[in-house]
Design a protein around this ligand. Structure first.
Ligand SMILES: Cc1cc2nc3c(=O)[nH]c(=O)nc-3n(C[C@H](O)[C@H](O)[C@H](O)COP(=O)(O)OP(=O)(O)OC[C@H]3O[C@@H](n4cnc5c(N)ncnc54)[C@H](O)[C@@H]3O)c2cc1C
Length: 322
């Protein structure tokens, strides 16, 4: 059960027919509304905090330990709560990226429309086959592995048969990468990577999470632009050239900020609410204008947003009611 600070099982007010088993975007919003209305709890149990309770006590010890042992373990490890006898403080967090590198059902990357990029495949959460729409349902990311991972692997094996590697000037790319890495390791810099990474993560959580508005997302855009300007002045504590995880983090951070900007640009352009993309300034779904896939193309000059029609076959989109 999900319980607020008043002991109320609040999902009855948001999805009475499905209660806690409503889709996760609806549940996340319901939790966030309760927290915003001051009915959240602090981890010490006092009211007005940033969490609500997930209460498993009615299940009893045997069922908790056999059906959801990982829930018990996490609550115990992170906040010292015994879920058999106490409710667990929880709150929504980002745990999947819907969308990604556009691919067909064989994992081949699309360039635009129905064109494919030669020799480029993607599978897993990074790819977007488009099975999840705007709201991935519980456990469906397994599909990425057991269905599309398998199909993509088989397609790659087939693709490389009797193909020769294209001739490229490897030396040119290796030198450019080496110079970039050396410069990153040596530069004196002003900012620790953690500082910028934490600020970026906080910015995405505050400006582009459960509730989105034009104003807040524009603030987020501005903030990420500032962080990107700080990035060239980062410094690494680890100057080693072997197993340097800080270097990997530095390179990853640069890409993360591009992904964050792409998500913001796509969300700003989509002036409607659909699945997990919920805009308080455009709370309704708008099929005439936005029953379309966003196609975001990044270049250092900016992010170009285009749209691709959704192919509808067996299931007509309908309003969700629970
Ligand atoms: C809290 C949480 C709960 C979840 N619960 C569920 C659930 O109940 N059911 C479900 O189906 N799904 C769930 N998911 C989603 C699911 O776990 C992920 O979608 C899935 O693990 C993604 O697997 P992946 O192999 O595609 O990507 P990842 O596991 O992210 O692997 C990508 C790897 O690539 C590496 N990498 C990144 N950049 C580079 C680079 N430039 N060069 C080389 N390597 C690189 C990374 O270090 C990483 O090891 C959950 C996710 C989270 C966070």
């Amino acid at each position: 059960y999900l319980i607020n600070s008043e002991g109320d099982r609040f999902m009855k007010n948001y999805a009475p027919s499905r209660m806690e088993l409503a889709p996760r975007d609806i549940t996340s919003r319901a939790i966030s509304y309760e927290i915003r209305a001051g009915r959240g709890v602090h981890p010490d149990g006092s009211a007005g905090g940033p969490c609500v309770y997930l209460d498993l006590r009615h299940m009893g010890k045997e069922k908790i330990m056999s059906r959801v042992p990982f829930c018990w373990e996490e609550a115990h490890r992170l906040v010292g709560v015994d879920a058999v006898t106490q409710p667990m403080p929880i709150r929504p967090t980002n745990h999947y990226c819907m969308g990604g590198i556009p691919v067909n059902t064989d994992g081949r990357v699309r360039s635009s429309g129905d064109n494919l990029v030669e020799g480029f495949f993607a599978a897993g959460e990074t790819a977007c086959v488009s099975v999840h729409g705007a709201n991935r349902l519980g456990s469906n990311s397994l599909l990425e592995c057991i269905v599309y991972g398998k199909r993509t692997g088989a397609a790659i094996a087939q693709y490389v048969q009797n193909r020769k590697l294209p001739s490229v000037n490897e030396e040119h790319y290796i030198q450019a990468a080496q110079q970039e890495i050396q410069a990153l390791i040596k530069q004196p810099g002003k900012y620790r990577i953690n500082q910028i990474r934490q600020a970026f993560q906080d910015c995405m959580t505050e400006c582009c999470a459960v509730f989105r508005t034009e104003e807040v997302m524009q603030e987020g855009w501005q903030k990420i632009t500032e962080l990107q300007q700080q990035y060239p002045q980062i410094y690494l504590d680890d100057k080693g050239t072997c197993w340097n995880t800080e270097l990997v983090e530095a390179l990853e951070l640069r890409s993360l900020m591009v992904v964050g900007q792409t998500i913001l640009a796509s969300a700003l352009n989509r002036q409607e609410s659909r699945g997990a993309h919920f805009r308080e300034d455009y709370p309704q779904r708008d099929d005439p204008n936005f029953l379309q896939h966003t196609m975001a193309y990044y270049s250092p000059a900016g992010i170009d947003i285009q749209y691709r029609p959704v192919v509808i076959n067996m299931f007509e989109p309908k309003e969700r009611k629970y």
